[in-house]
Design a protein around this ligand. Structure first.
Ligand code: PLP
Length: 385
């Protein structure tokens, strides 16, 4: 789905030097590279504070801890997301309140948020699923009305711009109370291991986030809160410094690939290309089609015979997962989400896709989808035997 090796080859001299410099400095933890990355990322996002941490899941957890959320508090998020978003809510003994998404953009539906608000609601977690912003103006209006926090899970959309109706533009993750992200290697800004960060414009909250990520320590060996240990190491920070310089070019390359896909699949009766929200640009963490009247498993099998990977993000919604079932949202809840689970299929999406590769992929998808089930079935039988 991604080609990290080819991407590395292109920036090899920069990365190799940066990594060797860290080894030579022996400043592996909280060294100057972490501080420099933090400052450069603050500038890129145009936000006052970036607080690096160990991964995107920790970033969400620390944000909820620093905001003082208490067991029993309700946190609203979409059921159509990666499990990490709901996991940290449950782990902190808060109550995940799962809601519906918009069928075109795959992002949380503000009307569903409004309906789910109760006196116990303390926070909303909009997820920028697949690379574009949720309708933040509508979400911020609801949050203000009900006096609740907004934690932006930006793991899949770093670098994405949100456009307000008055034309103001802000980076995704800098609009709510606090934004979080993941630097997992396949993310749009990925390191070569694990990493994450939180961002906020609130000075007091930034201090609290920093403290919670560092054992609740207010000064050396004085622990005012029960925190956790969550650090971005210098090796990852130095890699991220290099890759941050290329992030906008990477987004452009992903968009170029998405445009190619869009054109190839335009007006196909069985294929719906991803909608682009009017309020956001798209950084295409994933390029996700919706297919109808197609046996998706057979299509994936057919693509696999041509060595084309395709993934189902996600086959099961959070409210249907064994660990997250609740009377509040039975398995049949959220018809839009349930419909999406049966239709979505994500194609290879990364910064190194050539037109030749894109032609090969789109031709194969069109063959797989358009040739009808019978032909695909026969091909599949041939493969299996
Ligand atoms: C939407 C979302 N939130 C959170 C995470 C968690 O990030 P990490 O894997 O760095 O913990 C991910 C990772 O895939 C994600 O996609």
């Amino acid at each position: 789905m991604v080609d990290l090796k080819s991407q590395y080859e292109k920036i090899k001299p920069e990365i190799d030097k940066a990594v060797l410099d860290v080894i030579a400095s022996s400043a592996f933890i909280n060294g100057p590279e972490v501080k420099s990355f933090q400052a450069e990322f603050e500038k890129y996002l145009d936000v006052k504070h970036v607080i690096p941490c160990a991964n995107g899941t920790d970033a969400l957890q620390i944000a909820m801890m620093a905001l003082g959320l208490k067991p029993g508090d309700e946190v609203i998020t979409a059921s159509f997301t990666y499990v990490a978003t709901a996991e940290v809510i449950a782990l902190l003994q808060l109550t995940p309140v799962l809601v519906e998404v918009n069928p075109g953009t795959f992002t949380i539906d503000p009307a569903a948020i409004e309906k789910a608000i109760t006196p116990k609601t303390k926070a909303i977690v909009p997820v920028r699923l697949f690379g574009q912003c949720a309708d933040m103006e509508a979400i911020m209006k609801i949050a203000k009305k009900h006096n609740v926090f907004v934690i932006e899970d930006n793991a899949q959309a770093i670098g994405c711009d949100y456009k307000y109706s008055d034309g103001t533009v802000k980076k995704a993750g800098t609009i709510g109370t606090v934004g979080t992200t993941s630097f997992f290697p396949s993310k749009n800004l990925g390191c070569y291991g694990d990493g994450g960060a939180m961002f906020t414009n609130d000075d007091a909250l930034a201090a609290k986030l920093r403290m919670m990520a560092n054992h609740g320590q207010s000064k050396l060996y004085y622990h005012d809160e029960i925190g956790c240990n969550s650090r971005l190491d210098s090796m990852q920070a130095t890699i991220l410094r290099v890759k941050l310089r290329h992030l906008d070019d990477y987004a452009a390359a992903r968009n170029q690939a998405a445009n190619y896909y869009d054109k190839a699949f335009a007006n196909h009766p069985k294929i719906k290309t991803p909608a682009r929200a009017s309020w956001s640009n798209h950084v295409f963490h994933q390029y996700t089609l919706q297919v109808t009247g197609v046996d998706r498993d057979k299509l994936r099998g057919f693509l696999a015979t041509k060595e084309i990977p395709a993934m189902i993000y996600y086959p099961v919604a959070v409210h249907q997962q064994k660990a997250y079932r609740s009377d509040r949202s039975p398995d049949s809840a959220f018809p839009v989400t349930i419909d999406l689970l049966t239709k979505v299929i994500s194609l290879p999406m990364h910064t190194e896709l050539s037109d030749e590769q894109l032609k090969y992929i789109t031709d194969a998808v069109l063959e797989g989808v358009g040739s009808g089930q019978e032909v695909m079935g026969k091909k599949q039988e041939a493969i299996s035997s």
